[in-house]
Design a protein around this ligand. Structure first.
Ligand code: SAH
Length: 370
């Protein structure tokens, strides 16, 4: 059975043709399905009451609308929710919903595990298992809407108002799937979140940044965390490949960049490592001329982490330097720490199977995703 959640419109059309839907009506049918799936959150074809019975039956025979399976759901004392989802045997990934007064942000994963090994990040201690598919990326938003009673997508007072690609993984190392998924998230007849409410965060995959702007067009966030290459090489090893100067040049060239559409620079506060006031001054100097927001993130600890969070007093002093330079620089309040849902705390138990084991698993698996 083909799961059509996460398929581009053109592929839905092709699938309908293969299933025998008459040529003339394919386009219209695909649009109707799309509307039921992404605007109304339909979970079975029977609910699509304005579609002919025969058509619904044909759909139910051929296609599935299943979401990634929820393995666990945890709710933090501050209202943050974390779902552990499964994309099949040995493939588990996390999604976090962060409710705030004026918005609700869903933190979405792009990979199971990660290749980047940032020293302060828990996900970085988990080897890459695999890229998530468009189905699994879009599915994270759908699971959240299901659980929060957040359908239809177009209603007022939605709970999920923003999506940030800041969960597990490096989205620019899974470009095609992330792009396919975000195209559906941003589509007005899809999950209907405008591109400015979608933020893609990268550790700095320089050659992909321009393409991201052109082809995805979301807001951009950069995990900067250091103001010189010597330190950034250690914290974010990807810096050895794409040093700060090249990264910032790519930022200056980001399509659509303006004072109304600024790049967010994330800076994790590590005690005694990158939190001196000299570094605060270096940070504002470095970003001069780039329409930027600065997001100071208190380091979130995890078992065995080699760092500590900066003292609150130091974070405030650091923020003051940044503020005086004209940046609003909100310090990101840690959310969901008690359920290990805060920035950089995500990690699943999934490990990369040996290819032979994976073949056996996939042969016995009854979960088929596109
Ligand atoms: N790979 C992408 C997406 C992950 S985003 C990227 O690097 O941008 C996750 C954000 O949380 C990044 O800014 C990351 O640097 C930050 N982060 C990672 N570990 C953290 C921790 N322990 N405490 C606070 N922030 C952390």
């Amino acid at each position: 059975m083909l799961n059509i959640v996460g398929l581009p419109m053109t592929e839905v059309e092709a699938a309908l043709e293969r299933a025998g839907v008459e040529g003339k009506s394919v386009r219209m049918r695909a649009r109707q399905l799309w509307n039921w799936i992404y605007v109304h959150g339909a979970q079975d074809f029977g609910a699509m009451t304005n579609l002919a019975k025969d058509f619904r039956a044909l759909m139910a025979e051929n296609f599935s609308l299943a979401r990634p399976r929820i393995v666990t759901e945890q709710i933090s004392s501050d209202g943050t929710r974390k779902w552990l989802l499964s994309g099949g045997p040995g493939v588990e990934f996390e999604t976090v919903f962060i409710p705030e007064e004026d918005r609700g942000t869903l933190c979405v994963s792009s990979q199971v595990g990660c290749t980047l090994n940032c020293r302060f990040c828990h996900t970085g201690t988990q080897k890459l298992v695999r890229n998530l598919t468009p189905h699994e990326i879009v599915g994270q938003v759908m699971v959240a809407r299901d659980a929060l009673g957040d359908w239809p997508s177009t209603k007022e007072n939605r709970r999920v108002t923003n999506v940030v690609m800041m969960g597990m993984g490096e989205p620019l190392y899974n470009f095609d799937n992330v792009k396919a998924a975000l195209t559906i998230v941003a589509n007005g007849d899809g999950l209907a979140l405008s591109k400015r409410r979608i933020t893609l965060s990268t550790a700095g995959v320089v050659p992909m940044i321009e393409r991201a702007g052109q082809e995805i067009g979301s807001s951009l966030a950069i995990s900067l965390h250091a103001t010189n290459d010597a330190l950034r090489d250690q914290l974010v090893p990807l810096n050895r490949k794409y040093p700060i100067a090249e990264l910032l040049q790519a930022c200056r060239n980001y399509p659509g960049l303006s004072n109304a559409r600024r790049i967010t620079f994330e800076y994790v506060m590590l005690k005694g490592i990158n939190d001196s006031l000299a570094e605060a001054r270096a940070l504002v100097k470095l970003l001069a001329g780039i329409p930027a927001k600065i997001n100071l993130i208190p380091f979130n600890p995890w078992p065995g982490a080699p760092y500590e969070c900066s003292d609150w007093e130091q974070i405030e002093k650091f923020a003051e330097v940044v503020n005086r330079a004209g940046y609003a620089s909100p310090v990101r309040t840690p959310r969901g720490r008690d359920i290990m849902a805060a920035c950089g705390q995500l990690k699943s138990a999934s490990v990369k199977e040996r290819a032979s084991a994976r073949r056996i698993l996939s042969e016995t698996s009854d979960v088929i995703s596109p």
